[in-house]
Design a protein around this ligand. Structure first.
Ligand SMILES: [Zn+2]
Ligand SMILES: [Zn+2]
Length: 243
C-alpha cells in the first residue's frame, strides 16, 4: 500500500479545540500531496473541548466543493449520547452534511455502561441509518464493547468500519488493538465489504499519513483491495455524494 492516502475523510482543525491547523492549511497540504479528496470532520457539539455548535455544521456547505483541485467533503465526527444510539447533532443538520461519522467518545456526556450496553448503543446508532462511518471501533478506550457484533451489524447496514491510524501510534497501541482489528477485517471479508482508513489528522503533517498502519497491515490480514479509499467511485456511491 501507498503509505499516503489519496482520500482522507477524518480531519480535525483548530475548531476542535485540540487540533492545530485550519481548513485552508489542510487544503494546501492536500494539494501538495496530490490528494483527491479530504473531509472535514470536527467533533460534534457534545465533545467537551470542541468550540463549535450545531450552527458550524449547518454553514459548512458554504465552502466550495472543489478548491485548488481538491474535493472538499463536509462531515462530522458525532458523539453517540445514549444507549438508543442518538447523536449530538439534530437530524436536519446531519442531512446537510456530505457524510456522518460517529462513535462513543470520552469527554462527552456518555459514561461507560459496560460492554453489553455500550454495544447496544453503537448497534442502535448503526441501525438508525444516520451514520456512514463508525470511527475507530477497535479502540475501546474506556468503553468496552463486542467488536464482532458491532462489525457484523455495520456490514449488514453498509456502515463503514474505520481503521483510525491515530490509534496505531506506539503510545496508543494496547493489547486489544490487534485482536480487535483482526475481528473487524475477518468480518468485512466474510460479508464481502471494504474498510475505510482515516488518519484522524489533528495537524497537516498527519494528513493522509498511514505509515503506522503499514507496519501491522500483514499481521491483521489487511490488503489493498479491502480499502475503500482506493476505490473513489465506490466510496462516493456509498456516501451518496458525487465525486
Ligand atoms: Zn480530536
Ligand atoms: Zn477524530
Amino acid at each position: 500500500m501507498n503509505i499516503m492516502l489519496k482520500i482522507d475523510l477524518h480531519i480535525h482543525t483548530i475548531a476542535s479545540g485540540h487540533a492545530h491547523c485550519t481548513i485552508w492549511e489542510y487544503i494546501q497540504q492536500a494539494k501538495k500531496l496530490k490528494m483527491k479528496a479530504i473531509g472535514i470532520t470536527e467533533h460534534g457539539p457534545g465533545y467537551a473541548e470542541t468550540i463549535v455548535k450545531s450552527t458550524y455544521f449547518k454553514e459548512l456547505g458554504r465552502i466550495p466543493k472543489v478548491i485548488d483541485g481538491v474535493r472538499i467533503l463536509k462531515g462530522v465526527e458525532a458523539n453517540i449520547i445514549n444507549t438508543k444510539g442518538e447523536l449530538d447533532l439534530d437530524d436536519k443538520t446531519l442531512q446537510r452534511l456530505d457524510y456522518v461519522m460517529a462513535n462513543i467518545h470520552s469527554e462527552t456526556l456518555y459514561k461507560d455502561k459496560g460492554s453489553k450496553l455500550n454495544t447496544q448503543a453503537i448497534i442502535n446508532a448503526i441501525k438508525s441509518g444516520k451514520i456512514d462511518v463508525l470511527t475507530h471501533p477497535f479502540a475501546e478506550k474506556g468503553f468496552p464493547s463486542d467488536i464482532k457484533k458491532i462489525s457484523e451489524e455495520a456490514c449488514k447496514k453498509d456502515v463503514l468500519l474505520e481503521i483510525d491510524v491515530a490509534y496505531l501510534s506506539k503510545r496508543r497501541l494496547n493489547e486489544t488493538t490487534i485482536p480487535n482489528l483482526k475481528i473487524m477485517i475477518d468480518t468485512i471479508k466474510k460479508y464481502k465489504k471494504k474498510i475505510i482508513i482515516g488518519a484522524d489528522a489533528h495537524n497537516i503533517w498527519e494528513l493522509g499519513d498511514v505509515a503506522n498502519l503499514d507496519k501491522i497491515k500483514k499481521e491483521i490480514g489487511l490488503t489493498d483491495n479491502l480499502i475503500i479509499n482506493n476505490y473513489p467511485k465506490e466510496l462516493f456511491k456509498l456516501l451518496k455524494i458525487d465525486e
